[in-house]
Design a protein around this ligand. Sequence first.
Ligand code: PRX
Length: 703
Amino acid sequence: MTNNPESEVSESQIAVHWREEAYYQPPPKFVAQANAADPAIFARFAEDKFPECFTEYADLLTWDEKWHTTLDTSNPPFWKWFVGGKLNASYNCVDRHAQASPDKTAIIWVPELETDEHVRISYGELHRQVNEFAAVLRDFAGLQAGDRVTLHMPMVPELAVAMLACARLGVVHSQVFGGFSGNACGTRIADSGSRVLITMDGYYRAGGITDHKVKADEALEEAARQGQEVDKVLVWRRHAGQYASSTPMAPGRDFFVDELLAEHAGAIVEPVSMPSDAPLFLMYTSGTTGRPKGAQHSTGGYLSYVAGTSKYYQDIHPDDVYWCMADIGWITGHSYIVYGPLALGTTTVIYEGVPNYPDGGRPWRIAKELGVNIFHTSPTAIRMLRKVGPEEPKKYDYHFKHMTTVGEPIEPEVWRWYHSEVGKGEAAIVDTWWQTETGGFLGSTLPALQPMKPGSCGPGALGIYPVVYDEDANDVPAGSGRAGNICIRNPWPGIMQTIWGQPERFIEVYYAKYNRDPDSKDWHDWPYFAGDGAVQAADGYFRILGRVDDVINVAGHRLGTKELESAALTVPEVAEAAAVPVMDDIRGRIVEMYISLKPGVAAEGMEAKVTHAIEVEIGKIARPKNVWIVADMPKTRSGKIMRRVIASVSNFTDVGDVTTLANPEVVETIRHHVQSTKVAKGELPRELSEAEYEEIAKYGAAE
Ligand code: PRX
């Protein structure tokens, strides 16, 4: 340890103590029917079987040509899986099931308004819709394999249809979360080089219809500013024949999809046989710099990995009714609403709206009505449903055999409510730890074979060998009680191929930290750095503590502090901005902004301006809880804003030693102003866990 106030406490120096939780065993009824119930599976995926073990996942798919090399490591860390193999993702998710059982339900769509009937789409019908839309993309929009297309769609089955139609042609889709702003969408259009945008006029959210097409116009303007022209905007209509947006349709640029489909009725588009390592999609995520990263996922490796993990970890059988309540606009929805479940030929539920509309009983009514038996959601949704309707699950006669939690650490107490009330004690639970970059699960219990432990995700998934390293790349042993940086020692088929257009950044962000030799062709020298702090208990289970970089996880969504700060700085009067997380009972973390203003600028109205700028640049999910205007930011002598000091102020924790700051006197002024205002507003601090204290204490300094 040094006395240098600028040095950050590293994860590895943190000793984390918590009560060990008792195990919960999976119910015998679940075990009796589970896809993975024979412990022999562990031997099949043992390290000495790597990488061939993953052919078990690839064999779940139908290949046009079989691969000749399971894993090619000749250009680290750009791994290639199932090289020489050819396949089509749309064929695997649609055609083969449509041939075998055309009447089987592929998708059940639940509109948000409870008075609206749900819609069942059979595999045969899905095949028809995907083919017709693929014909529109190919023959009307002129798209072909390798082109990128940006989708900015809400939670409607047309989104799955659009993704699968792209995949049919080998067109790389880049779905931007529907809640993101037009500007955020425009930046992603420009980065991916899309000249076609697929969007929708509007959708229901919290009881009202939202004008969504308006964002397309903003997106195109932003993309053009960044040098990318879009020549076609394909607009699905929420109600065919009606238009739910206030913005005009630009002649020659904007087209209603229902009208184009009518011209391609009955079209059949042969699936294009794609090399295993052809990109299937991009999924943008936040990092430490302002520019979002387009995680590029492959066709063969990715689809194999999500099919395999859907089978063994989600325990999906073809006759299950599976409901993942995430948004398809995030990786969870891509992997575990669309690609994984459909590759296995099951029935996947897509719900348009918010979980608590019109009340906290809605998810349980949907589950009962549709006979959902596998349920998948996030800690934020669980906390929220518990708050608004702790007694609601009891009232409905549904039965889950299996439940998932994903996206954030879950508090053991919340886990227990999920288990006993939502799951009625009848369901096996998996807490799946993974990331946009990783395609599928990295850490989880195998539900019939490994007991659950609330608050821990479990050990590495099959064929995944995690390790916890300290800052000097020493192993932090299981059971030491010390935290460190969780890494994955080996490649796996679901890992992203690269960051779209930024291969150096891919190496820099994920591999440079623990790479042993940049010239090595041996994968053992290239551990994947996940960017999360973790502790491994003596039983091998990992407890994930959260991000070690400057990313704030709001309700399971990653927001980069740099992106938030850049958004605030688009307000001309703002001189400096810093974003910090505040612990929140429901959403895990929530953003607070600190800003200082240029000389002579009046503070009046600035909070609203900054909030608006963040909504415009990123979207409403990033809306700060508070915007604090300060005369001066606490700074190091080298001029960096000490985010950890203001983060401590916002969370009512000890600001620590500030005497070595360049301007220690400002801290007390800020603390008094912020905390007295919070107390007056009733934003009282809640008790924080030790890990949360540590998260605040190590929060990075802004440049
Ligand atoms: O910090 C971890 C947290 O979410 C981050 C990944 O976010 P994203 O790429 O948006 O993907 C979310 C869905 C996979 C991780 O770096 N995280 C994800 N799952 C868990 C988790 N933290 C604790 N427990 C989890 N199960």
